[in-house]
Ligand binder design. Structure first.
Ligand code: ACM
Length: 519
């Protein structure tokens, strides 16, 4: 799918076009409106449309109270037609006429995206969690064909530094789905906490999950995964190794480089020198943890961190030097690569693709999909050597940085700022890249680290509206900053209806903003 040939003539960018975020690939506004009322019925054609019909009903019920019952002659028709190959897995066609609405896709996931577009075509009150009386539930007539530019449109949440309850994660999933984001990457373990239970290693969560809040149960994670899947979102787990493991070493010191040492779960931020050892017991541990991760998470991708791993402990360790010699390596400096290879192998045995943070574009085995976080240029290096990448450069995608340099901005990670425009202007596969290199770019994702994000409300404040910009960057091939700002002005009414404390356009103390927006 390519962008329209004459973007200026495309009604999606003109004043008065429906203010959709992300911007659809092709949109034609038509005269008239369709009204949803107590008599409106929904026809899910045989062959995979039922889940999207259920989602439409579930999402519209709280505000509208409309039953939208299933009926063979329903005027809202959902259809999966595998012959519509041009729509890919997630694209859709949506025709709203005065008498009928037709949602079409080649795959059930595409229909889920069409449902989110219908929500945005309705009045913002349709997003309310409470019944809304006296609103006419009408949509403008429109013809939309919409296909995402990138298959990976993600957000990472750091639930290791600060545990967030499942209720928050479900709400976050709903917010992602509204923006057609399709990956929730959970950073489950770090120096400061371990949040995922592993049956063979119970102390990971009883000891490692103690500070900053707790741990999920396996049942909670499975429920969240199903909830997200029903909204077209894959939950991708991250288990950090061989660095960022201090919480695990507090629970099981024998996995470190000095088993006689007793460590606390780390109570500072930054990069910790204590890392996993490289003895067989550690490989057994990693395999057991990743086996359980693969049992719980159906995600085809599993993230294993890999970054910020000082090797001072390996350089000092006789064990590590012996391991390096036994494996035919030049020294402890080559153990990181060896370790990541072994971990990638475990995941390959379970049919999963490993993900890792790259710090140069050359530090991860090619079997890994790499997330360049320090610099987009590392993405070009990795993609150029034939590695799949997901763009995550901190200057464009780290939402824990403040949204401006102004003194009244609520605190975030020192550094930054990352402005709305910075996020919008990231092009994950710039036009100058060779086609084969650009084809390695799976997409992009935002990062919400939580060291400086104590509350859930602060997390939402930092996330919005910058996630709206990331969603458009990831979905739309069309760069349209003025149009985005115009559409966002309307979209904020949707966020307000949802109770999202998004940062006002002119800053946290914007006198023109009618709402008090403080995290
Ligand atoms: C990172 O910021 N540690 C990927």
């Amino acid at each position: 799918m390519t962008a329209p040939a004459h973007p200026a003539a495309d009604p999606a960018t003109r004043r008065g076009g429906p203010p959709l975020i992300p911007r659809p690939s092709q949109l034609t506004a038509l005269p008239g409106r369709f009204t949803l009322d107590a008599h409106t019925a929904v026809r899910a054609a045989p062959g995979g449309a039922t889940a999207a019909a259920d989602l439409l009903r579930t999402l519209l019920a709280p505000a509208t109270g409309l039953p939208l019952p299933p009926a063979r002659d329903g005027s809202v028709v959902l259809l999966v037609d595998p012959a519509l190959t041009g729509l890919g897995r997630e694209g859709y066609g949506l025709t709203v006429g005065a008498d009928a609405v037709l949602l079409r896709a080649a795959h059930p996931d595409g229909l889920l995206n069409a449902v989110q577009t219908i929500r945005q075509l309705l009045p913002p009150e349709a997003l309310s969690a409470e019944p809304v009386l006296g609103t006419e539930w009408t949509l403008p007539c429109v013809q939309i064909t919409d296909v995402p530019r990138f298959a990976w449109r993600g957000v990472m949440l750091d639930v290791a530094r600060r545990f967030r309850p499942v209720s928050f994660l479900r709400r976050f999933v709903d917010l992602l789905a509204l923006h057609k984001l399709n990956v929730l990457h959970l950073h489950l373990t770090d120096d400061q906490g371990w949040r995922m239970p592993v049956a063979a290693y119970p102390r990971l969560t009883t000891v490692g999950g103690e500070p900053h809040g707790g741990a999920y149960t396996r049942g909670e994670l499975e429920d969240l995964i199903a909830y997200a899947a029903a909204r077209g979102i894959t939950v991708v787990p991250e288990i950090e190794m061989p660095g960022h493991v201090r919480a695990a070493l507090a629970a099981y010191p024998e996995l470190g480089n000095d088993p006689s040492r007793r460590l606390e779960v780390w109570n500072r931020w930054g990069v910790c020198d204590t890392i996993l050892g490289v003895h067989d017991e550690v490989l057994d541990f990693c395999r057991a943890v990743l086996d359980e991760v693969a049992d719980v998470f159906p995600s085809p991708y599993v993230h294993v961190g890999g970054e910020e791993c000082p090797i001072v402990e390996w350089e000092r360790s006789d064990d590590a030097r012996r391991r390096a010699a036994r494996e035919g390596l030049g020294g402890p400096g080559e153990l990181h690569r060896w370790f990541m290879d072994r971990i990638g192998g475990f995941l390959a045995e379970r049919g999963r693709t490993p993900l890792g943070w790259t710090e140069s574009g050359r530090d991860l085995p090619l079997a890994f999909t790499a997330l360049p976080w320090r610099d987009a240029a590392h993405g070009l290096v990795a993609a150029g050597r034939g590695q799949d990448i997901i763009m995550a450069p901190h200057r464009s995608t780290y939402l824990d940085y403040p949204q401006s340099g102004r003194p009244e901005e609520p605190p975030g990670q020192p550094g930054g700022p990352v402005t709305l425009r910075d996020v919008y202007d990231l092009d994950p596969a710039p036009a100058g890249w060779e086609a084969a290199t650009a084809a390695r770019v799976l997409g992009t994702q935002a990062q919400l680290w939580s060291e400086y994000v104590p509350t859930a409300a602060h997390a939402e404040y930092l996330a919005f509206p910058r996630l709206c910009a990331l969603a458009e960057t990831a979905w739309s091939a069309h760069r349209d900053w003025p149009g985005f700002q115009r559409r966002l002005a309307h979209h904020r009414t949707r966020l307000d209806t949802l109770g999202v404390p998004d940062r006002p356009p002119h800053g946290p103390q914007d006198p023109q903003d009618p709402h008090e927006h403080h995290p």
